[in-house]
Design a protein around this ligand. Sequence first.
Ligand SMILES: Nc1nc2c(ncn2[C@@H]2O[C@H](COP(=O)(O)OP(=O)(O)O)[C@@H](O)[C@H]2O)c(=O)[nH]1
Ligand SMILES: [Mg+2]
Length: 264
Amino acid sequence: MFFLRKTTMVKFGFILGPAGSGKSLMTAALHHWMELVELDVATLNLDPGVKVLPYAPDIDVREYIDIEKIIDKYMLGPNGALMAAMDHVLTVIDKIIDDIEALGPEYVLVDTPGQMEIFAYRQSGPVIQKLLLGNDNLGGGLFLIDPTLATTPSSFVSILLLALSVSYRLDLPQALLITKGDLVEAEFRKKIVAWSEDPEALYLALLNEPHQLEAELGREITQVLANHGFIGEFPLVSAETNENMDVAFGILQRMWGDDHQVFG
Ligand SMILES: Nc1nc2c(ncn2[C@@H]2O[C@H](COP(=O)(O)OP(=O)(O)O)[C@@H](O)[C@H]2O)c(=O)[nH]1
Ligand SMILES: [Mg+2]
């Protein structure tokens, strides 16, 4: 008996961001929305340490990696075990790729590990991402910003710098989204939109902070962010109310270079 392997290109959306920024819930919400508009989408959980997820992953790294066993075998604490587990993912990535090929979806949403640094800053993360994309597939990253942690200009700038750093680590087009839009009050919404769209507004806001960055550093940082696309129109989305899921998908489509069927 012959199995015909689907060799069509897969479009990967990597959901990135610091711990608690809403990656898993965004994966769930975007997956739900994509299914509603009848797109052929699968979810991939890459977090070996996560206990409960707000969606049932189609492909799950936990099927191949048991963090409790790693803790026992190497006598590691939770952080060490997570790092070891992420490095172990490399040894099972061919199984995950086989699972994706067996399912043959057009789109895969990748829920990256809760602790962003084990994906972005360990050696294994960028390698895993490259192996998933191979030569033929397309990838784009959505970096989530939790607005409840970006209430001051300096905390917002710190998260933008983190996004910049992650985009240097991962060789992937990346866009920024402000999540948890349902928790953002109208007044703050205006403020964060102004900071995110206008480097000058952000710079002036930095200067007005009591604990301010040295003016020259603030100027240079906002210029670097602006010059590299880390200041711009970042949509506010909500994985609770599904606000702007169509826009988030439209952004992924642009990163994939999909011209047709653009949403948002
Ligand atoms: N209100 C609200 N809560 C959210 C939203 N997205 C995530 N959360 C909550 O934020 C917390 C962290 O979300 P999670 O998806 O686990 O973050 P992760 O660590 O980045 O995967 C959870 O309690 C979520 O329910 C959102 O859009 N609105
Ligand atoms: Mg998560």
